[in-house]
Design a protein around this ligand. Sequence first.
Ligand code: NAD
Length: 339
Amino acid sequence: MKKILITGGAGYIGSHTAVALVVAGFEPVIVDNFSNSDHSALNGLKRILGKELLCYEGDCNDRELLQRIFKENQFEGVIHFAAYKAVGESTQFPLKYYSNNLFSLIVLLETMAAFGVRDLVFSSSCTVYGQPDELPVKESTPRKEAESPYGNTKKICEDILRDYIKSGVNSRIISLRYFNPVGAHPSGEIGELPLGVPNNLVPFITQTAAGIREKLTVFGNDYATSDGSCVRDYIHVMDLADAHVKALEYLFKQKENFYDLFNVGTGKGNTVLEVIQTFEKVSGRPLNYQIGPRRPGDIEKVWANTDKINTVLGWHAKYSLEDSLRDSWNWQQKLGEKE
Ligand SMILES: NC(=O)c1ccc[n+]([C@@H]2O[C@H](COP(=O)([O-])OP(=O)(O)OC[C@H]3O[C@@H](n4cnc5c(N)ncnc54)[C@H](O)[C@@H]3O)[C@@H](O)[C@H]2O)c1
């Protein structure tokens, strides 16, 4: 069985990708420092998979640790999720973000080269587009100045990867630009586990419905969109997980010295108010929310053109927004039962 290293594999997207990898016949190995995740994710994985995954607790900036992991395992590929991701926090502590997100990638690339591991899938983000001039946004659409240090780390990491491949190395790399991941594994055993106040809309919605938060604030209803609230492309995390498997399988078939990038979204935009209404429908609960002022740095609208990933990787989003919100709500309710 092909072993795949998943950095940040105890996190939200990494844990779901671990499941998708096992289903596809791979053997995932996790490294995570649990800076933004909990060991309970590993228990959830065990319940879904019926077996324990090998997990190293430690930091991807720790070169010696990475060397030990690569020495102890013969990897066919790596998926690099480990990074800090809170946009607001990154404006407060930019060096923390630049240091973790850039150095972990560099140390990882150097370790991969030292051990002859060629294939890497990297977590990028639609944040690199800023507010694009054309919608739906294509991979070829020029990137804009980043709105935050976090967004800039993703831009710089993409540039590092492009320059690295340009230097002629034999690696094969894909960057996936995720749109807005939502949902949870349908079993409710793993899902998004925000530490503290959630930064993302859907965990805030589910926590409000569960009574953990009093009220959701919708940031602005005067944007140039159908109902005035911001538009995003919400992608079920299981679909996103599957895109990583497709990306890896595609990399294995490429000639050496290869780099490409793909949008991963549904190709459909939904407003914040549509998400709230859909949540109320699938959960059968009215949501306590209010309209507030715009939040500085928010993009008005963005959704993906998915032609490239559909045709080249043969990947299509299968889950609907209803599915995503039902699964997020199921996960939230199961979390409540555990407390
Ligand atoms: N969730 C989103 O909305 C979103 C959107 C676009 C891109 N991304 C990117 O996808 C990746 C995964 O996101 P997520 O939502 O699963 O985040 P997450 O915080 O749930 O998962 C990241 C994991 O990496 C770990 N980690 C962080 N720094 C580490 C380090 N130096 N060494 C070892 N482990 C480390 C954290 O503990 C966490 O378990 C990140 O790179 C993120 O920037 C996320």
